[in-house]
Ligand binder design. Structure first.
Ligand code: ASP
Length: 330
């Protein structure tokens, strides 16, 4: 029987009502006790790295999760991580960069309703996460939610209430869990014996969403506080000129002092192509900004934090950004 480490972090799955609303109250062992059937799938050890609403999770916790996986890597055949749904896509993305090329599966799951509730999705999700974690084909970092198996850095929370909370953005789900079995649509393989673990991130990444007519007068000032900016532009990657070329000038300032500028789109699907319109092409040609193409915003942000944790060399940053990790960029 495979040995799986359950790493709990909090989230709705572990929550109970308090006088101020739902908050994580249950530890990993208690969560596990709600799904005794898991005992027939795996030999499970349960640990806890934090017990927080995922709204309160950030890079400090990502590093703790990665360190917990690294410390236990040789002792277990796989890892299941319970996590709140709100920022699960960020954490799963971050772990896909902090623990690369893992032959052993790292599986995130959570739920829209707490595990003690009569009509909860938690028990099914947790069970399915273990079904995937013990499957011989499982490797790398994924989210298993409802019946879907989604690559960690392709996932996004697209529904706030339905049990079908996560989508795989611009890449197919790699498989589904049906009747307790993994049905694979996309093959995944890892040749490396051991993963590459990373323990440095640089969180100085800012995301700016454009709205029509806004010139973001503080855009230049922001570079005092951040090393990279991700601009959620319009359409396929278009930035307005307006009358004073405010964006072009601000970008020139960022690039001029060695900072990273990434242009992505605020359109939910199909990514950017800045070569299409003058409004994108001119900026890309002039300043050589990085383009996010089909990456999710969660992947863009966490990939930049991982890359900037290791280098501030512009060419290395660009090269690493465009180098696919799992299937984050195509
Ligand atoms: N606020 C919760 C969290 O992200 C939502 C959930 O888990 O579904 O921790």
């Amino acid at each position: 029987m495979k040995k799986i480490l359950l790493i709990a972090t909090g989230g709705t799955i572990a929550s109970r009502p308090t006088e101020n609303g739902l908050a994580p109250q249950m530890d990993s062992a208690e969560i596990l006790s709600f799904v005794p059937e898991i005992k027939s799938l795996a030999d499970v050890t349960a640990v806890q790295v934090c017990n927080l609403d995922s709204t309160n999770l950030y890079y400090v916790h990502w590093l703790k999760i990665a360190a917990c996986i690294e410390e236990n890597y040789d002792r277990y055949d796989g890892f299941v991580i319970t996590h709140g749904t709100d920022t699960m896509a960020y954490t799963a993305s971050a772990i896909s960069y902090l623990v690369q090329n893992s032959r052993k599966p790292i599986v995130f799951t959570g739920s829209q309703k707490s595990i003690y509730m009569r009509d909860t999705d938690a028990r099914n999700n947790l069970y399915n996460a273990f079904v995937f974690a013990v499957d011989p084909s499982a490797c790398l970092v994924h989210i298993v939610f409802e019946d879907k198996i989604i690559i960690g850095n392709r996932a996004r929370k697209t529904r706030t209430k339905s049990y079908n909370a996560f989508s795989s953005v611009d890449f197919p789900e790699v498989g589904v869990i049906r009747d307790g079995r993994v049905i694979r649509y996309v093959e995944e393989k890892v040749a490396a014996e051991r993963p590459d673990f990373y323990s440095q991130v640089n969180p100085r990444v800012f995301v700016l969403k454009l709205i029509p007519g806004e010139k973001f007068l503080l855009l230049s000032d922001l570079k005092k506080y951040y090393d990279a900016i991700v601009i959620e532009s319009f359409g396929v990657g278009n930035l307005p000129f307006y009358e004073d070329e405010c964006f072009a000038k601000a970008i020139e300032g960022w690039i001029g002092c060695g900072k990273t500028v990434v242009v992505t789109t605020q359109v939910p699907h199909e990514g950017s192509d800045m070569s299409v319109y003058e409004t994108g092409n001119a900026i890309k040609k002039r300043y050589g900004v990085i383009e996010a193409y089909d990456m999710t915003i969660e992947a863009v942000v966490t990939k930049l934090m991982w890359i900037l944790g290791g280098t501030n060399d512009a060419e290395k940053i660009r090269k690493l950004f465009y180098t696919p990790v799992q299937k984050d960029i195509i």
